[in-house]
Design a protein around this ligand. Sequence first.
Ligand code: SF4
Ligand code: SF4
Ligand code: FES
Length: 257
Amino acid sequence: MVQFLLPKESQVRPGERYPVSGKGPFKWFHIYRYDPDILDNPRMDSYPVSLDHPMILDGLLTIKHKIDGALAFRHSCREGICGSCAMNINGVNTLACITPLTSYKGDIVIYPLPHMRMIKDLVADLTHAFQQYAESRPWLRSSKPISVYKERLQSPEERRALDGLWECILCFCCTTSCPSYWWNPDVYLGPATLLQARRWIVDSRDDATQERLTDLDDAFKLYRCHTILNCVKSCPKKLNPAQAIAGIKRDLLKRQL
Ligand code: SF4
Ligand code: SF4
Ligand code: FES
């Protein structure tokens, strides 16, 4: 069996257990805590959270406002639209703001998105993932002149081709659950960026289709996807990045025939 030697500060130790206050039913939230400015191991702190909270994010906000103001996590829209509250809840990457407390029978264990550099507590560093996304040039590239008076029209079929792609909110739940990305984050683009790349490849208004395909025709950028399908299971918007990646591979194959 392979043995991994973990650096001392990567071993998670037991942390604080905050006292139960109030009388109603509650759940324990066990939350990963890590502060890179403190030379200490990460720890799991435990907080009692009333079942009156509808969503996991509501519970986290109450912890922050009433129990432990130092807890760090991202959130913004609270509607499953901005993608910022992505985290690993009971072993699955998902959005805290649209995950009901009652989705789980027992305690709730929360970690940051896995396999990313950590900033603090539940805040993973997504700088590299967003750089890869930016390198895919995710905007309309067209030689047609821009006019403020004339829209770029699409037929209903052309518009429908974007369904299942435009809805992506760039939460990176898929990318951070992809084993191929864990192993090759510097070279493999990962499911979120590839799904977004496909979104522009199929857009009838975009003129850079061939250039986009040529950019992706690479053993590492695209073909590191081995169809393991973790990305599909973890997408909170029920999208299918694996299908989008297969679509890019199909387009590249068609070009060769
Ligand atoms: S299907 Fe591809 S992108 Fe999705 S998890 Fe598997 S290897 Fe990663
Ligand atoms: S495909 Fe789904 S999981 Fe991946 S970034 Fe987009 S919305 Fe998030
Ligand atoms: S806060 Fe915006 S998706 Fe959760």
